[in-house]
Structure formats: structure tokens, C-alpha cells
Design a protein around this ligand. Structure first.
Ligand code: JFZ
Length: 312
């Protein structure tokens, strides 16, 4: 109903978190910076072989990943909810799933369910909680093998796998306010089935337009863009701190905090004043710790927003 969507819509500024195995190589392969593609996609742009990439599971201890720290930063930044990658294109799951051992609980020394930890921290602190879920999967054997583009079709077995994982994500972690499906080129029947599943399990959960075939509760604009026409559906703009990557990139030239704060504040105002919702990304480091530059930028934005926090 409209009022349910208005609840979600009342929150106009949220945190996006890209964290996964890719945060360990952090945009470096064989000692060289991988300049092509986003760093969260280093498997396809830099490393190439799945077993070399999978070896990062042995290093994945997430020892500085603290959901309370992430939630505290979101609050400090003036944000009302957090959306984190439960599974990115690499197929590695940050939640404890029965569908594959390629997950942070069963498949790494961390032995932790990071999605569970973040969901709890959001709920405990009164923040909204959302999940990013990649529809393509470069690890699942029955999926279309990874290719040079991301809009691959979804095989029937892969669709069932996604259905099972989405079922887990929407039944084990309490209220999920947003499901940020991403990429993949689904058949209309596949988009419909996932859309209905989400609303059956969590009627209030908002589904992103990247599920495809017009099965959507909100539209996602390209990075830092806003529409120059009236939108019928609610819309959201996702933004990364640097447009080149969403996942952590160790060699990123970051420049001045103040320059970045002004740039992101301007984007936030442009989006929110046109009726959109701004989803600003952080990409924690390999150990899960927050990048100091990102901490400073978000804190400074929060300070600027203090006088108008009621309006956002
Ligand atoms: C997708 C992912 O491929 C990427 O790794 C990241 O997770 C991002 C948030 O989402 O990338 C996209 C997809 C579509 C657009 C931009 C980035 N777009 O429509 O401009």
C-alpha cells in the first residue's frame, strides 16, 4: 500500500556497503593496480581464474568488521538505513547459507554471518536494513560462466539457487526494508517469481528496478544521476565516494576530505530536492575496517546536515 512505501520513502539518505572477498586484493593483482573495471569485480577484470580468487577465503577473517561501528557511522552521517552486499557478482555470500559453503561462516576463518550481525545492529539502533543481492553469480557452477558483460541470462538451476538464497535472507534476519537486486538479464517469469517471493515473505520490502522486466517498487538511477522528467515510481540514486569503484581500492588517490564533502553534499541536495533518495557507498578494507577517509567524509557530511536533519 502507499503508506508502507511512504515509510521507506520518508528515509531519503542511506548508506550502501560493498564488502566481500574482493576487499582483500583491493584493486591489486600480481603487485599491479588493476585499472579496468570496478575493484569489486577484480575477478573478471584482473584475476581471471576462480580458484586464484577463491584462495582469498583463507585470508578472510573480517577481524575489524564491526556492525556497530558501521551503524554508528551511518547515524553520525545523518543516514536512516544501511544496505549491504549479501552476495556480489563473485558469488561469495556474507551470510550463513545452506545453499553453498562459499560463505563467510562455512568457508572462511571468520566463521561469522556478517549480514546477520549488520541486520541486528540496524534493528537494535532503529535504522532501516536493506540487502544488495547480485542476480548473476560467477561461482555457481550451473550459472552462465562469467563474461565480459554483466547482463547474462539466468539458467533455470541458477534461478532456483537465487530463490533459495532470497528465501533465507528474508526469513532469518527480521525486517528487511529493501532488496537491491542487481544485474542479470532475467526472463519476465523469473523477475515475476522473485518479485512475488519477496512480497510474500516481507510485504513491506522495497524491490529495486534492476530485477528487470518492470517488476520494481523503485527505480535505480545510474551513479550520481537524477532524472530530468517526472518519475512515477519512487527513485534512488546510488553513489560511490569515487566513481571508479564501489569496493575498496587501496591505491585510490583520495585528495582532500573537504573537496569530497562539498561534492557529495551537492549531489545529495540535487537528488533529495528532486524527490529522490540518496544511497552513499562505503567500501570497507579487507579486514572489514572502515576506510579513514570515508569515515571523515561521512562524519563531516553529518555535521553539515545537523541543522536540517529533521527534514532529511
Ligand atoms: C552494479 C555492479 O555491477 C557494481 O559492481 C556495483 O555493485 C553497482 C552498485 O551496481 O553496477 C552498475 C550497474 C548499473 C549502473 C551503474 C553501475 N547504471 O545503470 O549506471
Amino acid at each position: 500500500s502507499f503508506s508502507l512505501k511512504a515509510d521507506w520513502w520518508g528515509d531519503k539518505y542511506s548508506m550502501f556497503v560493498h564488502y566481500g572477498l574482493y576487499s582483500i586484493p583491493a584493486g591489486v593483482w600480481n603487485g599491479n593496480p588493476v585499472k579496468e573495471g570496478y575493484s569489486e569485480q577484480i575477478l573478471t577484470f584482473g584475476i581471471g581464474f576462480s580458484d586464484w580468487y577463491e584462495a582469498y577465503t583463507r585470508e578472510f577473517d573480517a577481524k575489524n568488521f564491526d556492525a556497530e561501528d558501521i551503524v554508528a557511522l551511518a547515524k553520525k552521517a545523518g543516514m536512516r538505513s544501511v544496505v549491504m552486499t549479501a552476495k556480489h557478482h563473485d558469488g561469495f555470500c556474507l551470510f550463513h547459507t545452506q545453499t553453498t559453503s562459499y560463505n563467510s561462516f562455512d568457508g572462511t576463518p571468520a566463521r561469522r554471518d556478517l549480514i546477520g550481525e549488520l541486520a541486528e545492529a540496524c534493528h537494535r539502533n532503529g535504522l532501516g536494513f536493506g540487502i544488495y543481492f547480485s542476480l548473476i553469480d560467477w561461482h555457481f557452477p550451473a550459472a552462465v560462466p562469467f563474461s565480459s558483460h554483466n547482463a547474462d541470462p539466468i539458467t533455470p538451476a541458477h534461478h532456483e539457487y537465487n530463490m533459495a538464497q532470497v528465501t533465507e535472507l528474508l526469513t532469518k534476519y527480521g525486517a528487511v526494508d529493501e532488496l537491491w537486486f542487481d544485474m542479470g538479464s532475467l526472463l519476465p517469469a523469473q523477475s515475476e517469481e522473485l518479485y512475488r517471493l519477496v512480497h510474500k515473505l516481507q510485504p513491506k520490502c522495497m524491490v529495486s528496478g534492476r530485477l528487470g522486466n518492470d517488476y520494481a517498487d523503485f527505480c535505480v538511477m545510474p551513479d550520481n544521476q537524477f532524472p530530468d522528467y517526472d518519475m512515477i515510481l519512487p527513485w534512488q540514486t546510488a553513489a560511490s565516494i569515487f566513481p571508479e569503484t564501489w569496493g575498496y581500492r587501496s591505491w585510490q588517490e583520495r585528495g582532500e576530505v573537504s573537496t569530497k564533502v562539498n561534492e557529495k553534499l551537492e549531489d545529495l541536495v540535487n537528488v533529495v530536492s528532486r524527490g529522490g533518495k540518496y544511497l552513499l557507498n562505503i567500501g570497507p578494507m579487507g579486514d572489514g575496517g572502515i576506510v579513514p577517509f570515508e569515515y571523515e567524509v561521512l562524519s563531516a557530511i553529518g555535521k553539515e546536515l545537523e541543522p536540517i536533519s529533521e527534514a532529511i
